[in-house]
Design a protein around this ligand. Structure first.
Ligand code: RB5
Length: 148
């Protein structure tokens, strides 16, 4: 699995925590910044990461900002992206099992680094259940094909 990782200036610390988690788990990733010496705009990070995942260049993405909300809204504008904002471990597990989410978003001003690490570890390792959930996800893809 190859993961595209990015944050704005509001998510630098958790981004570094997640990078070190992926080092420990031997998960291949590319860190797309920001270097965040100054304030940046979250769509400039969310949209390129989402496009890299949608194109298949990367299997998954992880995006961090202050709340995780801006990253989620922006990433979900890209066709084929199912970005889930998770601030608890149950949601992280379920969004992989049921939604086959391909991007995880979190907010550094909402949760601490320890919980962010647990959420990311669960999200990175949980499998999609398929079956009736594949049918439901397929309805979203069908909508995208027809309308986007
Ligand atoms: C930046 O101040 C903040 O707005 C951003 O990190 C994020 O929370 C947006 O949703």
């Amino acid at each position: 699995m190859k993961v595209a990782l990015a944050s704005d200036h509001g998510g630098v610390n958790i981004r570094k925590e997640i990078a070190s988690l992926m080092d420990e788990l031997n998960i291949e990733y590319v860190d797309f910044g920001c270097d965040c010496t100054t304030s940046v705009d979250y769509p400039d990070y969310a949209l390129p990461v989402a496009e890299k995942v949608a194109s298949g260049e990367f299997d998954r993405g992880i995006l961090i900002c202050g709340t995780g909300i801006g990253m989620t809204i922006a990433a979900n504008k890209v066709k084929g992206i199912r970005c889930a904002l998770c601030h608890d471990t149950f949601s992280a597990k379920m969004t992989r099992a049921h939604n086959d989410s391909n991007i995880l978003a979190m907010g550094e001003r909402v949760i601490g680094p320890g919980l962010a690490r647990e959420i990311a570890q669960i999200w990175l390792t949980e499998e999609f259940e398929g079956g009736r959930h594949a049918n439901r996800v397929g309805k979203i893809s069908d909508y995208e094909e027809k309308h986007l």
